[in-house]
Design a protein around this ligand. Structure first.
Ligand SMILES: [Fe+2]
Length: 183
């Protein structure tokens, strides 16, 4: 886990916490132009070509520790654990995160994968929706387990998994965020 609570807060990115010099007005103007050009109202949007998140593929440094965290603490059942053909001795394992979507991991035995880092193409954070009552229970479990966490807007809790990946559990339903429809 991080020793620095600010590292848990998604508004504190990049990880250094330093504020780069940016022209926020110019960026806001560009963002507005992007909305005009690309964002269509729901009634005019085509259906997605995708059916859902089949699986992720995050890197784990310790298969058993990752299973303990996601299955025992977060209550995402382990559904499969197989050989990863792409790397000798690598294990590919999967957790049920609802709606037939899977959170999956590889390990790379013998390979120094380095510490967690925020890089292009890397994971910033992953938000998983849970029922509000389950969310309350999981926050209690995180606290009891001594996992550092930060709560935002009364429905989001941020913390890190044993390898440093930043996870958010959100009590809002899929497609909603803080009272706003986002799908
Ligand atoms: Fe988020």
């Amino acid at each position: 886990m991080s020793d620095d609570p600010s590292m848990l807060d998604p508004s504190e990115s990049p990880a250094t916490g330093s504020e780069p010099a940016v022209d926020r007005d110019a960026i806001a103007g560009h963002r507005a132009a992007l909305r005009d050009r690309h964002l269509r109202p729901p009634t005019e949007r085509p259906t997605s070509s995708a059916r859902g998140l089949h699986h992720t593929a995050l890197i784990s440094s310790d298969v058993e520790r990752t299973i303990a965290f996601y299955q025992d603490l977060l209550e995402f059942p382990l559904t499969e654990l197989i050989e990863n053909r792409d790397y000798p001795g690598s294990t590919h394992f999967f957790f049920d995160i609802g709606n037939d979507n899977l959170l999956a991991f590889f390990d790379f035995p013998g390979l120094d994968v380095g510490p967690y880092a925020e890089v292009l193409g890397g994971l910033h954070h992953m938000a998983i929706s849970v029922e509000p009552r389950r969310w309350d229970r999981l926050v209690d479990k995180l606290r009891d387990a001594g996992v550092e966490h930060v709560i935002h807007s009364e429905v989001s809790v941020y913390f890190r998994d044993p390898d440093g990946a930043r996870i958010e559990l959100i009590a809002d339903p899929l497609g909603e965020m803080y009272g706003t429809k986002v799908v």
